[in-house]
Design a protein around this ligand. Structure first.
Ligand code: F6R
Length: 366
């Protein structure tokens, strides 16, 4: 049942090239320049008339929502807010009939997300679901939606659900961008082509497994770990930290790299590994100076870099090389070595990777 892998989590990490393809199959037609999801097509006017999009979710799905915020605003120029479902539901939020609420949930059973959906519906918003489990409560409660086709996710730590959620949300953003004319034709077609070959790049990123294992053996006894990223990779830093803490029980925090100097830099010393997402596309020069700041305080840098990188290589203690992608699609790739790193650290610490203590696969109570 684990297909020869030691754990479901590892199997699910390795399934990502295939399930991302399953998720866009029949929806993304790169050569024709078409993206077609029935839930979006049937409700296109609602999306196009949206004054804003509010994304509600919990945990890893909330991180996918944060990535989507950057993508929607950049591609489709629609204002986006991302909310923890648990906060949204209790704070008497302002929601109107021209708001589109997108609820993201792997299980489709998360109690807080479900309650947020009900509230948004009561206030007259159009509610769209991005769920993995077909027939789940959230799929049924939303007005329309798109399923991710990740297949059953058994490992409690979410991996393939995250990347397939980002795939669906990216396709929605591209579809709206096309309708609104907010991306140039060239960019639109380039992103479609690039999304189509993302599974190949994910596959290549999985080749970092041995490297992740080596680095894991160095840091498995750490007590703390910081994850930093900027722009599209800020949410990936949060997700990397969540993966590490939930399965290895090492305290980890994710931050936007520039926030370091507003407090967390005080934590840096020779005992503090800092995982920093530093691909070539994006705010590379800024990240390089963030790395210099950490190095000058004796911090230990583990950097995720684009293949062939030279500048970060010189500064970092350890590097993990991934294939090049455009900035906007990079979370689908940068997240892979972070999943592997957490996995190996947890295994080396003797943790129950698939069923971490105190956690349940779906949180059906608040
Ligand atoms: C983390 C994790 C949780 C879930 C969260 C939301 O690895 O699995 O943080 O992401 O409980 O669950 P869903 O997506 O089922 O609503």
């Amino acid at each position: 049942e684990k297909g020869g892998y030691d754990h479901f989590m590892l199997k699910e990490i390795y399934e990502q090239p295939n399930v991302i393809r399953d998720t866009y199959r029949g929806r993304l037609h790169a050569n024709e320049g078409i993206i077609q999801m029935s839930g979006v097509e049937d409700n296109l006017e609602k999306f196009l008339n949206a004054e804003r999009i509010i994304i509600v979710a919990c945990g890893t799905s909330w991180h996918a929502g944060l990535v989507a915020e950057y993508i929607f605003e950049e591609f489709a120029r629609i204002p986006v807010e991302v909310e923890y479902a648990s906060e949204f539901r209790y704070r008497n939020p302002i929601i109107g009939t021209r708001d589109v609420v997108i609820a993201i949930s792997q299980s489709g059973e998360t109690a807080d997300t479900m309650a947020a959906i009900k509230l948004a519906k009561e206030k007259g918003a159009f509610v769209y679901g991005v769920c993995n489990v077909v027939g789940s409560s959230i799929s049924r409660e939303t007005h329309a939606g798109t399923h991710t086709h990740a297949g059953p996710e058994i490992g409690v730590a979410s991996t393939k659900a995250f990347t397939t959620q980002i795939t669906v949300l990216t396709m929605i953003a591209l579809r709206l961008a096309k309708a609104k004319g907010t991306l140039s034709n060239t960019d639109y077609h380039r992103y479609l082509q690039e999304l189509e070959i993302i599974p190949e790049k994910v596959k290549e990123a999985l080749e970092t497994n041995d490297r992740a294992k080596e680095i894991a053996s160095v840091f498995k006894d750490s007590h703390n770990c910081l994850y930093l990223g900027r722009g599209y990779n800020f949410p990936v830093a949060l997700e990397g930290a969540l993966k590490l803490k939930e399965i290895s029980y090492i305290h980890a925090e994710g931050y936007p790299a520039a926030e370091m100097k507003h407090g967390p830099i005080a934590l840096i010393d020779a005992q503090m590994p800092v995982v920093i997402i530093a691909p070539k596309q994006g705010h590379y020069d800024k990240i390089v100076s963030n790395i210099q700041e950490i190095k000058s305080r004796s911090g230990i840098i583990i950097a995720v870099v684009t293949k062939g990188d030279t500048q970060v290589r010189e500064l970092a203690d350890y590097i993990i090389e991934i294939p090049e992608t455009s900035d906007a699609l990079s979370p689908l790739i940068t997240t892979i070595p972070l999943q592997l790193l957490s996995y190996h650290i947890a295994v080396m610490r003797g943790c129950n990777v698939d069923q971490p203590r105190n956690l349940a696969k779906s949180v059906t109570v608040e």
